[in-house]
Design a protein around this ligand. Structure first.
Ligand SMILES: Nc1nc2c(ncn2[C@@H]2O[C@H](COP(=O)(O)OP(=O)(O)OP(=O)(O)O)[C@@H](O)[C@H]2O)c(=O)[nH]1
Ligand SMILES: [Zn+2]
Length: 421
């Protein structure tokens, strides 16, 4: 699992072992902060617990989420099967509700939901909140649940099942529940019921505190350490090496492609050229025409080689942090007319789920506290600066539209505020 995301420009602070706040950006000279490093074992155990819970949800097994408000038993609508539904019923003290992002609930209920936002402004990019639905019995079945979770699988809903009903959700726990589903790169749609006394031990279910799930992205990001490094001469940059970083939970590694010796730049020289590039299997590897990632990747390496130095961070944040499977679903929705932003929201995800604390931690570990960023995305500039990296300048990184990605590029300019020059 890649260390996932929080909000773009507002990194969460990882909790310290004693529950107090740790500072992700204050490590002297780089790397995780002293507070985080000092409580490494405790942080690693938090990460491990969340990582295991994510694995259980992906397998269709229920997990328990604990908070002072109570304990919820959860199962992911996308993966739960008959066995998981049986376990959920055995662990629950009441029938389960379906938790959904407001944007997805609005589509299920065929009416607007107040928290949903709307329009083309920045606020509409980050819909907040969670909605709970009481389901008629015919919808409490694996196929129907997938149809409720996934707008590209709505055909799985039984024709005359009856309508779900909007009911109040416990905000803190429900938010953490959806965060856990997003960490699992599943659709943010979960069955949730108050847990019966003793159900964790009785049914051998994993149990995780809600604040550990919410703190996971920042905790994972600050725990990144270098684990391997080798020279990898590239066609476009013969003097390149790859440095691999791993978080304490053993999730998917993030990579730095280092061209030349950017860390040796003197303070008087221009800041080193850096690109923060989110993984795109389709564009980077296959040459998909739907996006501009492939040309941006190769183009960045070429520019660094021409300058003699630079760093490209290759972050395991596929699909702006929603994962490849959900990106494919988002593409299906775009083929029905939605743009890239609304497609994310229709799935229940925010427009951009990435967390640039990952990038800041890696840059510091590479000895780069000051950078010139190769990007058109103003959120990347703000995100890095918020994590304590000095962004000394921006270099535009635009490529001509190719006849397929025209609308995608136009949407990035119009709705994400991407800079055109
Ligand atoms: N969810 C989603 N992700 C997409 C889509 N198209 C491309 N992506 C992903 O968007 C990410 C591309 O991000 P970046 O290359 O960092 O680009 P950016 O945020 O546009 O910013 P700059 O290129 O730096 O200007 C990759 O992870 C792609 O997989 C899409 O339609 N939906
Ligand atoms: Zn792409």
């Amino acid at each position: 699992m890649s260390p996932p995301s929080g909000r773009l420009a507002a990194p969460q602070r990882p909790p310290s072992a004693d529950g107090g706040p740790a500072d992700p950006g204050s490590g002297a000279g780089g790397g995780p902060s002293a507070a985080a490093a000092g409580s490494g074992a405790a942080l690693a155990s938090r990460l491990r617990a969340v990582h295991r819970a994510v694995g259980e949800l992906r397998r269709g097994t229920p997990v328990l989420l604990r908070a002072p408000e109570g304990t919820l038993c959860l199962a992911a609508a996308e993966t739960v099967g008959a066995c998981g539904l049986g376990e959920l019923a055995a662990a629950a003290a009441a029938p389960p509700l379906l938790l959904l992002a407001p944007s997805r609930a609005a589509a299920v209920l065929h009416r607007p939901i107040p928290q949903c936002g709307g329009g083309a402004d920045a606020a509409a990019r980050e819909p907040a909140g969670v909605v709970a639905l009481r389901l008629p019995p015919a919808l409490l079945a694996p196929e129907a649940l997938r149809g409720l979770a996934d707008p590209t699988a709505e055909a799985l809903l039984p024709p005359e099942a009856g309508a779900p009903e909007l009911v109040p959700a416990v905000p803190a726990l429900s938010g953490a529940a959806l965060a856990l589903a997003k960490l699992a790169r599943l659709l943010p749609a979960l069955l949730a019921a108050p847990a019966a006394e003793g159900s964790a031990a009785r049914l051998d279910l994993l149990s995780v505190p809600a604040d550990w799930a919410l703190g996971y992205p920042a905790t994972a990001a600050t725990s990144l350490v270098r684990v391997a490094e080798a020279a990898v001469p590239l066609e476009d940059a013969p003097d390149a090496r790859i440095v691999a970083f791993r978080a304490a939970d053993g999730g998917i590694e993030h990579l730095a492609i280092v061209v030349g010796r950017p860390e040796d730049r003197t303070p008087e020289a221009p800041a080193p050229l850096v690109r923060v590039h989110s993984e795109c299997f389709t564009g980077d590897l296959l040459g998909s025409l739907r996006c501009d990632c492939g040309p941006q990747l190769r183009g960045a390496i070429r520019r660094m080689a021409a300058e003699g130095a630079g760093v490209l961070l290759y972050l395991a944040q596929e699909g702006r942090g929603i994962g490849l499977v959900n990106k494919l679903r988002a593409y299906r929705l775009q083929d029905t007319g939605l743009d890239t932003l609304d497609a994310n929201r229709a799935l229940g995800y925010a427009a951009d789920e990435r967390n640039f604390l990952v990038a800041a931690t890696m840059l510091r570990a590479l000895g780069l506290g000051r950078v010139r960023l190769l990007t058109n995305n103003p959120d990347k500039l703000a995100g890095l600066a918020a994590c304590g990296i000095e962004v000394a300048g921006r270099e535009a990184h635009r490529f001509e539209a190719n006849g397929v990605n025209d609308r995608y590029l136009a949407t990035k300019a119009r709705r994400f505020g991407h800079l055109l020059a």
